[in-house]
Design a protein around this ligand. Structure first.
Ligand SMILES: Cc1ncc(C[n+]2csc(CCOP(=O)(O)OP(=O)(O)O)c2C)c(N)n1
Ligand SMILES: [Mg+2]
Length: 791
């Protein structure tokens, strides 16, 4: 069939594809006899067959064709594999192009190397079956399906030259995050961003079922994607020469169209959202594999998803089928006597950094330019005396972010992602210098909306997260600001990203990347007009389970500590940093110098709120989080006035991980420090921003932790006043004071012993009074809402 490929080139490309398929099958099945130099015997087969064949030939097909495009156009392309379970295909291709052996010299491009490539796959001590962090050229593991397009757009942002080819599985296309991510083109500015080329791979099946789009008529698939704004190119068939020609022609056309869109926008300006090309590739699942087994079709069906011949070790017929299948690729024509890809095929791979496995954008740390963060001290909130003035702490952060945008405008490597809550979260200062990105129709009433904006307000936490991850993995910097409760939507994505970082940490060739910074605001404690649905501090618990090499959780209590923490996070590498702070006006505790010292320490005694005179207290009031800090200090104040003989120490925690025993987290504290803060044996009443069990889990292993009595968010909420919220959750200042009295009344001499029951009753009465007041007046009593520290 006619097409852009000469017969000779088509033949070579087909053989290159065969080589990739051969290596894919070899990885899944063989422990020995890699080049089939002898007849295949049962002992050559791995005892446990783990991997996915079905998606692999399609992935390799696309890879081989992208190689041609890259060579022809000197194009700058990275490859993102949505169905990341096709790991053996990508490993095969990066091996064939030479990048694998360059990174892993123990797997050279020869017979011994091929044997090693096969033996390491999905075996103990070897490499995982997915396109994981270990795979050169990968920024997307594709283990948890659904994120390939959001990662692809994140990678393309601010990379004007880059084309991100993203294969989307038709099963993957059924996921919510993937369905939402087609919208990426409404945020992609062709003047400054690169391009994403989605390749929807309709192989018809997922694991055991047909797929929705696989069974849909072309017209319907066309309408869906066209409706999303793409120009659709179908390539379909199962006859390799024909599909080669059509796919090559289609890729050429897509490339030309991409460059025309970019050229037009860059020369003549942008007029509306361009219609970017997308490819729909309909080829059989398990293409070129065994056509049937036991009378049931395999190729082109879900039966090819994983290991199409499950028992070649025990079933001689399957062994013969496997051998025929592998020999069908004609390994003796593909690899020379040394086991090297023959030169005429090797010449089809791009060279140097143009190889998709070697593209520096896929090892983001190598192209990372430092973020120019302004001196955060310049945004300090002046605190003359602690706890006397209120301010919206996140506003200060907004100012820091504003100037971060300005300072990095030249290097275009900073972006802010948020599900349309920038103003709500008091970060609106960024709009003094930046716009919200939107590539589409804008109206005069729109507020700071422009295609060139670097603030992304898309109402999808999945997209915010995925775009930021893609942006970071390709060597840039950013922040995701979100309502705390809805951070649980992409929690699983953050877990996957954390896993990526956990593993990347072990690889010397993966350069460190900027941390994933997540600001959790509009928190559980202050959701005045939203209520229970908007209250959920669960992401803290999620991140606590991640390795200490990666997970960080900060609960700055005020503006200056927030600035100090944010500065640290923006400059850090390879972490997932959660920063938790509310946006509402809140009492300011620390001047800038004190805040820096406090944030650096992670946890410290607040002497001004304590009355133990630096000696041994009767009770420790610990706190982590802004509202818990307020209630704790107010409790200490109440006790000071009403039970002055009780010696109280207030300990505030900014860096939650400092509470861990040192062996569990690098920020953890040793016993000396722990006892310094919390004493060896005195009761600790701890007010925590999140769920109580987290504190118990963290301090476990320290001395005598049964004395920790934790109050926190106990899943009580509604639309009510701020104080009623802490009352509902048993964490009000009066609850804390009463708890302190209950735990320590016998420690401080008989006077308090006699009065404690009365004082506890007073606390209960104060709670009842405040509750009654808010029921009657719909607001908190002034002595609570206007409370400040009075010496
Ligand atoms: C979010 C998520 N849910 C479920 C799975 C389990 N799973 C692995 S592969 C697969 C089928 C994928 O089908 P498709 O995207 O069509 O890929 P392909 O056909 O190319 O193998 C499923 C359900 C997963 N990996 N991720
Ligand atoms: Mg499929």
């Amino acid at each position: 069939m006619a097409g852009p490929l000469s017969a000779e080139l088509l033949d070579r490309m087909h053989h290159y594809w065969q080589a990739a398929n051969y290596l894919t099958v070899g990885q899944i099945y063989l422990r020995d006899n890699a080049l089939l130099r002898e007849p295949l015997r049962a002992e050559h087969i791995k005892p446990r067959l783990l991997g996915h064949w079905g998606t692999s030939p399609g992935l390799s097909f696309v890879y081989v064709h992208l190689n041609r495009l890259i060579r022809k156009q000197d194009a700058n392309v990275i490859f993102l594999t949505g169905p990341g379970h096709g790991g053996p295909a990508i490993l095969a291709n990066v091996y064939l192009e030479g990048t694998y052996s360059k990174v892993y010299s123990e797997v050279p491009q020869d017979a011994a190397g091929m044997r090693r490539l096969f033996r390491q796959f999905s075996t103990p001590g070897g490499v995982p079956s997915h396109v994981s962090v270990l795979t050169p050229g990968s920024i997307h593991e594709g283990g948890e399906l659904g994120y390939v397009l959001s990662h692809a757009f994140g990678a393309a942002f601010d990379n004007p030259d880059l084309i991100v080819a993203a294969v989307v599985g038709d099963g993957e296309a059924e996921t919510g995050p993937l369905e939402g991510s087609w919208k990426g083109i409404s945020f992609l500015d062709p003047r400054r961003d690169g391009a994403v080329l989605p390749i929807l791979h309709l192989n018809g099946y997922k694991i055991a079922n047909p797929t929705v789009l696989g069974r849909a008529e072309d017209g319907e698939v066309h309408s869906i994607l066209e409706g999303h704004g793409y120009a659709i190119h179908f390539v379909e068939g199962n006859d390799p020469p024909m599909v080669h020609q059509r796919f090559a022609a289609t890729l050429d056309k897509c490339y030309t169209d991409i460059r025309a869109i970019q050229h037009g926008a860059r020369e003549d300006g942008l007029s509306g959202r361009p219609r970017w090309p997308a490819i729909v590739l309909r080829t059989p699942k398990g293409w070129t594999g065994p056509s049937e087994l036991g009378g049931l079709p395999v190729e082109g069906t879900f039966r090819s998803h994983q290991v199409p011949l499950p028992n070649p070790r025990s079933d001689p017929e399957q062994l013969a089928m496997l051998e025929a299948w592998m020999r069908g690729y004609r390994p003796e024509d593909l690899f020379d006597g040394e086991g090297r890809l023959v030169p005429e095929l090797a010449a089809l791979a791009p060279s140097g950094d143009r190889r998709m496995g070697a593209n520096p954008h896929a090892n983001g740390g190598t192209v990372l330019a430092e973020l120019d963060v302004p001196d955060f001290r310049g945004y300090a909130f002046a605190v003359e005396r602690p706890a006397t003035e209120r301010a919206e702490s996140t506003r200060k952060l907004g100012e820091l972010l504003r100037d971060t945008f300005t300072r990095n405008a030249g290097q275009a490597n900073f972006r802010l992602f948020c599900p349309d809550e920038i103003n709500s979260n008091r970060l609106g200062a960024v709009f003094e210098v930046e716009n919200r990105c939107f590539v589409g129709k804008t109206l005069p009433i729109d507020d700071h909306v422009a295609p060139s904006g670097r603030v992304f307000e898309v109402l999808s936490e999945h997209l915010c997260e995925g775009w930021l991850e893609g942006y970071l993995l390709t060597g840039r910097h950013g922040l995701f600001a979100t309502y705390e409760a809805f951070a649980m939507i992409p929690a699983s994505m953050m877990v996957q990203h954390a896993k990526w970082l956990e593993e990347a940490d072990k690889l010397p060739w993966r350069e460190p990347i900027s941390s994933l910074n997540v600001l959790l605001t509009s928190t559980a404690w202050r959701n005045d007009h939203n209520g229970f649905s908007h209250q959920g501090p669960g992401l803290i618990d999620v991140m606590l389970s991640k390795r200490g090499t990666v997970a960080r959780i900060y609960l700055p209590p005020d503006a200056n500590s927030l600035l100090s923490v944010a500065d640290h996070c923006l400059r850090s590498r390879d972490y997932v940093n959660l920063i938790v702070i509310d946006k509402q006006p809140q009492l300011q505790w620390l001047d800038m110098e004190a805040a820096i010292e406090h944030a650096d320490a992670g946890a410290a005694t607040w002497e001004c709120a304590s009355n133990d005179g630096g000696g041994e207290p009767d009770v420790v009031l610990g706190c982590a989080g802004d509202i818990p800090t307020l209630e704790t200090v107010a409790a200490a104040h109440w006790l000071r006035e009403n039970a002055p003989e009780l010696k109280v120490r207030v300990v505030n925690v900014v860096d939650l991980m400092t509470l861990f025993p040192r062996e569990f987290h690098p920020h953890g504290m040793d016993e000396t420090r722990f006892v310094e803060l919390f004493t060896a044996d005195k009761p600790v009443v701890f007010a925590f921003h999140g769920y109580r069990r987290a504190i118990h889990e963290i301090v476990h292993g320290h001395v005598d932790v049964d004395r920790f009595h934790v109050r926190g968010f106990s899943e009580q909420g509604t639309t009510t006043t701020p104080f009623d919220m802490v009352v509902l959750n048993g964490m009000s200042r009066y609850h804390l004071a009463a708890e302190a009295l209950r735990r320590a009344w016998d420690a401080s001499g008989s006077r308090l012993r006699d009065r404690a029951p009365t004082l506890i009753s007073e606390c209960e009465a104060a709670i009842a009074r405040a509750t009654a007041y808010s029921r009657e007046h719909f607001e908190d009593p002034p002595e609570i809402s206007n409370w400040t520290w009075t010496p």
